[in-house]
Ligand binder design. Structure first.
Ligand code: WT7
Length: 650
């Protein structure tokens, strides 16, 4: 099979359609799958589940006790047996992933399925020695290095539960997650590279785990940083691995509904929510979505640029390609470092065939200049993907034309940390693709768009995006230790039987879905999910700050950025000092990724008479929109004062 002759996509009216080989070789090209799957989603998912290795078959495909539900009840499975042992049979010497380090002069590393199997077993054996048992929680705080994948799989192999914390998260953010999960073990590194600089991750880890139940820490030597190792508590990864050389660990049999991992995402308050994903459903969803959406063939080289610390990293930079026996790239650094076209160099070097990234990256590539892209041969590409936020038409067209040479479909994939895998996107062999529309819900996924009263809206009208039973196998089962939050966030807006996504959307006549944006206080900074509430909680901890309000405003590259308004009681400090303090506070409490782009020091915030801060008005001041009737405000004058401050007037 060859995919050499990919033709330009056919354009009919405003739709792009797959043609020729793209269609012929796609894992799915028969439209009738939609009809069949939607008539009987359980049958569709059951057939998919049967393609995996289970040590015991399920007794029931789906059961529903709103707001709870189960998939593949009583089935027994281990995700790593499917990622590793199963692939040993036919792909032992096939490369599982190629690791590209950030430093340009450092050797890349390739791990075959056979080598990955060995390493994961050795590490799993090491974890057992450290006392980790089935159901225990293990924190992973690591950069994008092979050991991070080995760690995730090692934890899953022995039936423990991983909680990956993005390496750029602050010690404080790490602490909150370790405390909530009561993790006993943390896996980290001596440091990592960030745009050529060495970041002291071990130090951050040590700070973060004070006041937690972490007893043991495994440390990978990545940068050769001098670090303090605490005797009896800290263990070098390489020593542990050597001690367990060639050990084989039988994958622990897990119930379908046992926890596989907890991944935290921003909640509406300062406290992040631990989304709970389970062994059976997640595995099925991760494998199936990858197979049909990214359409892997044995010759493909897949690259998802997402960090393992996010759900996109969990599912498409790790589990999904491994479950499908695919070869993928794991890249340690920033896409534009040390040169702005590093990402294009990597595509060219490894002849990447499928590239999955975020709109913010696409806009950044474009900003660096189309000439830079044209210096590279990107002919190997056959599919392009987008995720995390709406991709605007200009970025879509540029991505399609300049990176994909008008021959690669753009898979605009909609999903959430909560859904565990992609739920909406047009499929490569079927289409259609339309800029700004994410596409069709996957076969077997029933979505709807509802008005306030719970009625489906007409095509072209905006409403809330919801998912109807049987949802999807990979959807979260709980918010860790917080059933009330689970119920309130996802199963209250339209009752206990309808999953509320918090996104607003529009469906066109062809059934294609366009995501408009979040309906809650989530803002997407370069695709990262941050809530205004968590930023405000962090800022309010500063002793000088009386109150604060944070809003998101559009940004050319990042999509959205945070803007903070603060009232300070310290009249002696300079404006600049207060602004710096606020920014440092967010970096310290959350992460540099959440840093407000602008901080305004104001006398007062616009409020209703009952004291509610009117963020909507602040947003409008920014966008220049009509403010409307301000007479309901307790302090209408403050609006003019804020306008002046924003415009830099005295
Ligand atoms: C929110 C979820 C999906 C993994 C990474 C983000 C927005 C996601 C799209 C898309 C428009 C999108 C939604 C969603 N979103 N994908 N293709 N088009 N918006 O996961 O951080 O949990 O964020 O991201 O608003 O609810 P997340």
């Amino acid at each position: 099979m060859s995919l050499k002759k990919i033709e330009t996509l056919k354009k009919r009216d405003d739709l792009y359609l797959p043609t020729g080989d793209l269609k012929k070789y796609a894992n799915l090209s028969d439209k009738s799958i939609y009809r069949r799957a939607n008539r009987n989603p359980l049958k569709f998912w059951e057939k998919e589940a049967k393609e995996l290795k289970w040590s015991k078959k399920w007794t029931k495909v789906f059961s529903h006790h709103p707001p709870h539900f189960e998939w593949f009840s009583n089935g027994k499975i281990n995700i790593t047996e499917n990622c590793l042992d199963e692939n040993l049979k036919t792909r032992k010497n096939k490369v599982a992933f190629i690791w590209e380090p950030e430093p340009i002069d450092e050797q890349a590393r390739k791990l075959t399925y056979g080598e990955l199997f060995t390493k994961v077993n050795e590490f799993a054996s090491g974890l057992k020695e450290l006392g980790v048992k089935k159901g225990d929680k293990v924190g992973i705080y690591m950069p994008m290095i092979p050991e991070a994948i080995i760690a995730m799989l090692g934890v899953a192999r022995i039936g423990a539960v991983h909680t990956v914390v993005f390496s750029a998260f602050s010690p404080q953010a790490l602490k909150v997650r370790l405390q909530d999960t009561e993790a006993k073990v943390l896996i980290t590194t001596d440091g990592y590279y960030r745009r050529g600089k060495i970041m002291d991750l071990k130090k951050n880890a040590d700070t973060g785990l004070r006041g937690t139940k972490v007893e043991k820490v495994v440390v990978v030597k990545r940068v050769g940083n001098k670090v303090k190792m605490n005797k009896g508590k800290d263990f070098w990864w390489h020593e542990l691995m050597l001690k367990h050389k060639s050990k084989i660990v039988k994958p622990v049999e897990m119930d379908s509904e046992n926890l596989l991992f907890i991944l935290y995402t921003s909640g509406s308050t300062g406290k992040p929510k631990g989304t709970c994903h389970v062994c059976g459903g997640y595995t099925v969803q991760a494998r199936t979505t990858g197979k049909y959406i990214f359409d892997w063939k044995d010759s493909d080289i897949f690259w998802s640029t997402a960090d393992l610390g996010w759900i996109t990293g969990h599912t498409y930079s790790c589990y999904s390609p491994l479950l499908n026996g695919a070869t993928f790239i794991l890249y340690e650094g920033s896409l534009d470092f040390p040169e702005p076209d590093r990402w294009a160099q990597i595509i060219e070097k490894y002849k990447v065939t499928i590239f999955y990234t975020a709109p913010t990256a696409v806009r950044m590539f474009e900003k660096y200049g189309t000439d830079l892209v044209r210096k590279h041969n990107l002919d190997s590409l056959r599919l392009l993907g987008s995720v995390g936020e709406p991709i605007d038409e200009a970025a879509w067209e540029w991505y399609f034309r300049e990176i994909g040479n008008s021959k690669c479909p753009i898979l605009d994939t909609w999903w959430q940390t909560e859904t565990g895998g992609i739920l909406i996107t047009s499929l490569p062999g079927i289409g259609p693709f339309k800029p700004t529309y994410t596409g069709l819900p996957l076969p077997g996924i029933r979505v709807d768009i509802l008005d306030d009263k719970g009625k489906s809206v007409k095509p072209g009208q905006e409403g809330s995006l919801v998912i109807k039973p049987p949802f999807s196998p990979g959807l979260l089962r709980a918010v860790y230790k917080n059933p009330a939050k689970y119920l309130k966030t996802y199963w209250s807006e339209y009752g206990k039987k309808i999953y509320f996504t918090s996104d607003s959307a529009i469906k066109n006549k062809q059934g294609l879905i366009r995501i408009v944006g979040r309906m809650d206080d989530v803002i997407k900074i370069a695709g990262h999910r941050v809530t205004t509430g968590e930023l405000e909680s962090a800022i309010s901890l500063l002793p000088d700050i009386v109150e604060s309000a944070v809003i998101g405003r559009p940004d050319e590259i990042k999509g959205e950025v945070a803007v903070a308004f603060v009232v300070s009681k310290n009249t002696k400090k300079s404006q600049k000092a207060i602004q710096e303090e606020v920014i440092q506070q967010v970096r310290k409490e959350i992460s540099p990724i959440a840093s407000p782009k602008e901080v305004y020091i104001v006398q007062d915030l616009p409020k209703t008479r009952s004291g509610k801060i009117m963020r909507r008005i602040l947003k409008k001041i920014f966008s220049g929109e009509e403010l409307g009737d301000l007479s309901t405000l307790a302090n209408p004058k403050t609006v003019d004062a804020i306008k002046k401050i924003i415009r830099g007037l005295p």
